[in-house]
Design a protein around this ligand. Structure first.
Ligand SMILES: [Zn+2]
Length: 97
């Protein structure tokens, strides 16, 4: 059996490097509740995040973001998606256990 033999097996998987990407670290524990209409699931949340990241460029100018750290994140505004109210939305503090 030599190279080029017929077979359905694919060649070595393309092990390309993973492109640098930015993943926002939104705290999943934060929940909201609209006291006006009772909405618990749909909100428009505006946040401001400061991130420091290590931008690693190749000599060719290709960018790879290899490390990122969230320095600061705050919620600017939360609007209820159902009734559009912003003043009636309150943050639900989960039990810390
Ligand atoms: Zn609402």
């Amino acid at each position: 059996m030599g190279p080029g033999a017929s077979g359905g097996a694919p060649g070595p998987a393309a092990s390309g490097r993973v492109a640098g990407r930015y993943v926002a670290e939104v705290p999943a524990a934060t929940r909201y509740r609209c006291t006006s209409c009772g909405n618990l699931t749909r909100f428009d949340v505006t946040t401001t995040t400061r991130v420091r990241a290590f931008h690693h460029y190749t000599v060719g100018g290709e960018l790879s973001v290899e490390d990122s750290e969230v320095l600061d994140e705050r919620v600017d505004e939360v609007l209820c998606r159902w009734c559009g109210s912003g003043g009636s939305v309150e943050r639900v503090i989960p039990d810390a256990g």
